[in-house]
Design a protein around this ligand. Structure first.
Ligand code: AMP
Ligand code: MN
Ligand code: MN
Ligand code: MN
Length: 290
């Protein structure tokens, strides 16, 4: 029996719906053997997730998805097998989260100018103790009947040129890759097909990423089309980068993709997990350990 791997998923520590415990149970129900929890800019779900993963016989990979600004664009860099206790990484993420609070105030001010009151409190209500993100504003806008769904909120309110959008400077590419790599982890460009960079900038990004110590890109992800699987498999090959696979699961209703449903990596890829002991198992017992 081939094993199932998913190296990109969110809990409610960032903008997912499920708690870290529920996310692990969900992964078990979908027969995922190796799972990375990769919350945006926060690693505080990893400890609880690790405890729960043991009960379900799931191999948990410590992960994070770092928000980066590169050439005035937002890029996401995944850190896999990071050390969540590594001080430069922890401090860097804390700094990004501080920036999120400032940005949220700006977003609420923008929304209030077009007559939408109370969005800051509304968004924090959904964020609870976790990071504050555009997804939480989206939930507020949908649940208050201002928009019909998540997609229309982003389109009409939360992207460049719209009232709830705020230009924001995230971490630099160099810092994000450095925090990940020096903590002992592997840096991976998340969903490269989503950035609309054009070929020239994509080549520049890959070159720069690699020069900072980045070694992998997502090839098969919930946000790539089938054509993009082969496109990014080619880029990976060209740049000598390993390939990753992940659903980017956020929970029912808002995720692009369910867990455990993605196809295998194209055969010309070297999986990012090729030398990971966690990813050598061929089957799992699927029994709850008490
Ligand atoms: P933030 O990091 O606060 O800017 O929020 C980004 C998150 O919003 C992403 O991780 C996605 O989960 C979600 N997101 C971004 N763009 C869209 C979109 N067009 N439709 C739905 N969700 C989106
Ligand atoms: Mn997200
Ligand atoms: Mn992302
Ligand atoms: Mn993600």
């Amino acid at each position: 029996m081939p094993f199932t791997i998913d190296l990109h998923a969110h809990s409610n520590i960032s903008d997912g719906i499920l708690t870290p415990e529920e996310l692990i149970e969900h992964a078990a129900m979908h027969r995922v053997d190796v799972l990375a929890l990769t919350d945006h800019d926060d690693v505080s779900g990893l400890e609880i997730a690790a405890r729960e993963a043991k009960r379900w016989d799931i191999r948990l990979i410590n992960g994070v998805e770092i928000s980066v600004t590169w050439k005035k664009r937002t890029i996401h860099i995944l850190g896999l097998k990071i050390d969540p206790e590594y001080a430069p990484l922890k401090n860097g993420l804390a700094e990004i989260r501080k920036g999120r609070h400032v940005r949220a105030e700006g977003m609420a001010a923008g929304l209030s100018k077009v007559g939408i009151a109370g969005s800051l409190e509304g968004a924090y209500h959904y964020a609870q103790e976790g990071i504050i993100s555009r997804t939480h504003f989206a939930r507020f806008l949908v649940n208050n009947g201002i928009c019909k769904d998540n997609k229309s909120v982003f389109k009409n309110y939360l992207v460049k040129g719209k009232p709830g959008y705020v230009e924001h400077e995230w971490a630099s590419l160099e810092d994000a890759v450095n925090w990940i790599v020096t903590s002992g982890g592997v840096a991976v460009i998340a969903h490269p097909g989503r950035y609309d960079l054009g070929r020239t900038n994509m080549l520049l990004l890959l070159e720069e990423f690699r020069s900072h110590g980045g070694t992998a890109i997502e090839v098969v992800t919930g946000s790539h089309t089938v054509d993009q699987y082969s496109e990014f498999a080619k880029y990976a090959h060209q740049f000598g980068l390993h390939a990753s696979l992940g659903s980017d699961y956020h929970g029912k209703g808002i995720s692009f993709m369910e867990m455990g449903r993605l196809p295998a990596l194209p055969s010309n890829c070297i999986p990012v997990w090729h030398d990971w002991p966690e990813a050598t198992l061929s089957e799992r017992s699927f029994a709850i350990k008490t």
